[in-house]
Design a protein around this ligand. Structure first.
Ligand code: KET
Length: 462
C-alpha cells in the first residue's frame, strides 16, 4: 500500500495511508511546494501534492471558527428530536400543540389558503414594504381601525420576516438614525433580544422586571431603572404575555410606566408576539400599545403572527412606527425600506396573504377569534391542572399559585439551571435552562407526570 509523507511550512508531517489516488486526484496546482516522501523516496514535491495533503488534513481557512453553542430555545427542539425516550415532552419552544401534542394548523388558515388557491394569486415580487392589504390589516389589528394615528397616516408599517425580522429591521434603523441611543430590555427577556441588538450594533442594558421573592413583577425596580436610563433611550416592552415570566404590568402600572417614559423622553419599543394569546382577546392584549399611542408617543411596534395564527414557518409579521406626523412617517418608512432592500430585498407573500384574508373577511375574522380563544383556553386549563397536581402532590407546603397568576404560553417555574437540567436528564422534559416551560406544548394528560418531575427537581436538586 502506498503512503505519502509530507512536510511543509503550514503542516506537520502526515501519512495518508491507502488513499494516494484520492488525495492526488483532488489536488489543484498551487504555489509553494512541500517536501514529500513517496514510498520512502524523498524528492521535491510537485506543487499539487501540497494541496492534496492539505485537503487530506482538512486545513481550512475557517480553522479558527469556533463551534457555536446551540440556541438556548431552538436548540432544545433539536435535543428533543434526538431523544428516543417515549416519555419525552417538548416544553422548550413556544409553539402551540393540540391535546394530542400535535402541531395545529388553524381552520381559518386552511380556509384562507383554499381561497388563495382558487383565486390563483401570482408569485411576483412584493414591493419592499410588503403586501399593502397585509400592512393595512396588521396596523388596524394592532391599533384599532378607527385609531387616529392610522386615520391621519402617521403609522409607517413595513411587512417583516415575522417578529424577529421586524425587530431586527427596527434595530438597524435605530443603529443608523439614533446611533447614540441605547435600548433597555427587561431582565429577564426573550433570549433573542440581546442577539438582535448585538448584531445590529445597538448598545443595550437591562431594567429590573422579575422579583424571584414574590415570583411577580419588580415594579419599583423597573421604574427606577427606566428613570435612571439616559434620556431618549428606547425601552423595549413586551406588549402582552411577557416572555419568559408570563407576568404583565396591570393597566394602572402601564399608565405609570408611560408617565416615566414621557418624563424622560424615552421611546417605547413594543414587541407584540402574543396578541390574543394572553387574554384570548385581540383588543385587550393591545391595551398597552394603544395607551402609549393615545398619549401621543412615537412608538415602535414589532408584530408576529407565529403564535396567534400559528404561522411559525411562514415568517410573517410587521414593524410599525407610529410617528408624530404623516410626513415623518413617510420618511421613516422610506428608510426602513432602504434598510430592508440589501438585507432580504422584499418579504415573502404567502403568510401576508393569509393574514390579509383572515383579518379582511368578517366571517374568517370571527372564526379566527373563536379559534384563538380556544387555544388560549386550552393553555389556561393546562395551567390550572398543573397547579392542581402540584399543590395536591407536593406535601411541603410550597405555594405554587404563581403558576395561575402568570399568563400566555409560558410558565416561569423558578427552577434553576441544574434543576432544569434534572427535568431533562432524568424526566425527559425538554425546557429552557432559565426554568421556563411552554404550557402550549403540554396536554392535560401529561400534567401529573410534569408535576412529579417538577417536585422531584425542585426538592431534590440544588
Ligand atoms: N418576540 C418574543 C417575545 C418571542 O417570544 C418570540 C418568539 C418572537 C418575538 C419571535 O417570533 P417570530 O417567530 O420571529 O415571530 N419566541 C419563541 C420562539 C423563538 O424563540 O423563536 C419562544 O420564545 O419559544
Amino acid at each position: 500500500m502506498a503512503s505519502l509523507v509530507f512536510s511543509s511550512t503550514s503542516a506537520s508531517p502526515v501519512a495518508l495511508r491507502g488513499r494516494p489516488k484520492l488525495a492526488i486526484g483532488v489536488a489543484q496546482p498551487q504555489s509553494g511546494a512541500g517536501h514529500v516522501s513517496v514510498r520512502g523516496k524523498d524528492r521535491k514535491a510537485r506543487p499539487f501534492i501540497t494541496r492534496a495533503v492539505a485537503v487530506g488534513k482538512k486545513v481550512s481557512r475557517f480553522d479558527d471558527v469556533a463551534m457555536a453553542p446551540p440556541d438556548p430555545i431552538l436548540g432544545v427542539s433539536e435535543a428533543f428530536r434526538a431523544c428516543t425516550n417515549e416519555l419525552k415532552l417538548n416544553l422548550g419552544v413556544g409553539a402551540y400543540r393540540t391535546e394530542d401534542l400535535q402541531p395545529y394548523v388553524l381552520n381559518v388558515v386552511k380556509k384562507a389558503e383554499k381561497l388563495m388557491l382558487e383565486k390563483g394569486d401570482n408569485k411576483e415580487y412584493l414591493p419592499i414594504e410588503g403586501l399593502a392589504a397585509f400592512n393595512k390589516a396588521t396596523a388596524e389589528l394592532l391599533l384599532g381601525a378607527d385609531n387616529r394615528a392610522i386615520q391621519s397616516q402617521r403609522v409607517a408599517t413595513v411587512q417583516g420576516l415575522s417578529g424577529t425580522g421586524s425587530l431586527r429591521l427596527a434595530a438597524a434603523f435605530i443603529n443608523r438614525y439614533c446611533p447614540n441611543s441605547k435600548v433597555l430590555i427587561s431582565s429577564p427577556t426573550w433570549g433573542n433580544h440581546k442577539n438582535i441588538f448585538n448584531d445590529a450594533g445597538v448598545p443595550w442594558s437591562e431594567y429590573g422586571y422579575y422579583d424571584p421573592k414574590t415570583v411577580g413583577l419588580d415594579f419599583e425596580g423597573m421604574i427606577a431603572d427606566i428613570k435612571a436610563a439616559p434620556s431618549g433611550s428606547f425601552i423595549l416592552l413586551h406588549g402582552c404575555a411577557h416572555n419568559p415570566t408570563g407576568i404583565d404590568p396591570t393597566p394602572e402600572q402601564w399608565t405609570k410606566i408611560a408617565d416615566v417614559l414621557e418624563e424622560k423622553g424615552h421611546t417605547p419599543f413594543f414587541d407584540v408576539a402574543y396578541q390574543g394569546f394572553a387574554s384570548g382577546s385581540l383588543d385587550e392584549d393591545a391595551h398597552a400599545v394603544r395607551l402609549f399611542v393615545e398619549r401621543g408617543f412615537e412608538v415602535f411596534v414589532a408584530q408576529s403572527y407565529s403564535k396567534n395564527l400559528g404561522l411559525y414557518s411562514e415568517r410573517i409579521g410587521a414593524i410599525n412606527v407610529v410617528c408624530s406626523s404623516s410626513d415623518v412617517a413617510n420618511r421613516v418608512k422610506s428608510q426602513l425600506k432602504r434598510l430592508a432592500r440589501p438585507m432580504y430585498s422584499n418579504p415573502p407573500v404567502h403568510g401576508a396573504r393569509i393574514v390579509a384574508n383572515v383579518v379582511g373577511d368578517p366571517n374568517l375574522f370571527s372564526e379566527w377569534k373563536a379559534e384563538m380563544e380556544e387555544m388560549a383556553g386550552r393553555i389556561k386549563s393546562v395551567r390550572k391542572r398543573l397547579y392542581d397536581n402540584l399543590s395536591q402532590k407536593d406535601k411541603s407546603g410550597k405555594d405554587w399559585s404563581f403558576i395561575l397568576k402568570q399568563i400566555g404560553m409560558f410558565s416561569f417555574t423558578g427552577l434553576n439551571t441544574s434543576q432544569s437540567g434534572n427535568m431533562t436528564n432524568k424526566w425527559h422534559v425538554y425546557m429552557t435552562k432559565d426554568g421556563r416551560i411552554s404550557l402550549a406544548g403540554l396536554s392535560l394528560a401529561k400534567c401529573e407526570y410534569l408535576a412529579d418531575a417538577i417536585i422531584d427537581s425542585y426538592h431534590n436538586v440544588n
